[in-house]
Ligand binder design. Structure first.
Ligand code: ADP
Length: 338
């Protein structure tokens, strides 16, 4: 007789709105398919410490609309060690858990890949959960859409005060080394300049823009991705202020508000699709993969690929961002070809 599937579900690393929806989907799908499911608290650290609870349907009631993760998250230095992972293995096996669903970012997936390699008796499925959207093999990660909407709402508000005083605002957004949040929130909020880590010499773009900026501009928004080689928004402002004393240059670092809030409908739906797909993958006998979402469809991606490969932003999107900011110098109109 086939071994009964007993799932442990955990959230690890940076939290993201929609993680609760994914836990709920894993739990409900598992229970409806006759499987047992345990919630593991505080990510890999809780796994090491055996901090877990068998979940029933009511445990995930009334959670879908909340940001954060009711299982809580953690960063665990101990899990990075062979001994830590061995303790984690012993502690889940004690409860009969033979399948793990890890909801987290690329760090969590690095840990999950290593764990799946060392313990072939445990099947490991990853669900991409990070507001940064920087995971290979998926168009979307859980929390990204909500974070984008949070940024756009904040920038719209900042623009009101920027207009009233003819100010220039550098708005720093999250994204770690990737510019997904920056480029998309920049386009959506009509930013004049979008600084992304994917392209070089971003500070020159700001200088160029400020040199041509007419006083009649009511407000100017410059979106600054946090992972720029030129430094933070604060450091960039310090560099450019002495060069442009005629302008009132302010900085707003949006920070952790980008991680919170009630998840958007898109995040709730994609989290639910991914959660169900994770359970179905386990039922198919899969044992080391990530559930992705590409071209409006669920896809399976080998877990180790998500760690080794890097997701890039399309040049098309970056070009659009550059083309529609107002810093471009006026040129003679291009004559249409006859
Ligand atoms: P995220 O998943 O959001 O990228 P982190 O990078 O902090 O967050 O990773 C979350 C956790 O994953 C870490 O605290 C650690 O326990 C585990 N982890 C990260 N990298 C590895 C690794 N190379 N080997 C084992 N575990 C890892």
């Amino acid at each position: 007789m086939a071994q009964k599937i007993v799932i442990g579900v955990l959230t690890s690393g940076g939290d993201a709105p929609g993680m609760n929806a994914a836990i709920r989907a894993v739990t409900r799908a598992a229970l409806n398919k006759g499987l047992e499911v345990w919630g593991i608290y505080r990510g890999y650290q809780g796994m090491i410490e055996g901090d877990c609870k068998k979940l029933c349907s009511e445990d995930v009631s009334g959670k879908i609309q909340h940001g954060g993760t009711f299982l809580q998250s953690a960063r665990s230095a101990e899990f990075k060690t062979v001994e830590g992972r061995s303790k984690a293995h012993d502690s889940i096996v004690k409860h009969g858990i033979n399948s793990l669903v890890v909801i987290g970012g690329d760090g969590s997936f690095a840990g999950a890949t290593q764990f799946a390699y060392e313990y072939p008796d445990i099947s490991v499925i990853g669900i991409p959960g990070t507001i940064d959207n920087d995971i290979y093999g998926t168009d979307y990660t859980i929390g990204y859409d909500t974070a984008l909407n949070t940024v756009i709402t904040a920038v719209d508000k900042i623009r009101d005060t920027a207009s009233s005083f003819n100010r220039i605002f550098l708005v720093e957004v999250m994204g770690r080394e990737a510019g997904f949040i920056a480029v998309n929130s920049g386009i959506a909020s009509g930013a004049e300049v979008i600084m992304v880590p994917e392209r070089k010499n971003q500070i020159e773009k700001v200088r160029k823009f400020l040199k041509q900026r007419a006083r009649k501009n009511k407000s100017s928004i410059i979106i600054v991705a946090e992972g720029l080689e030129e430094g933070s928004a604060m450091e960039i402002a310090e560099k450019i202020r002495p060069e442009f004393p005629q302008f009132d240059i302010k900085v707003s670092v949006l920070g952790y508000i980008q991680r919170g809030g009630s998840p958007s409908s898109k995040d709730r739906v994609i989290s639910s699709l991914m959660g169900v797909a994770a359970v179905e993958a386990l039922l198919e006998g899969q044992r080391s993969l990530m559930i992705g979402y590409k071209n409006e469809e669920i896809v399976h991606v080998p877990l180790n690929k998500t760690v080794k490969l890097h997701k890039t932003i399309s040049d098309e999107l970056l070009n659009v961002a550059e083309l529609i900011g107002t810093y471009a110098p006026p040129k003679d109109p291009v004559e249409p070809k006859p």
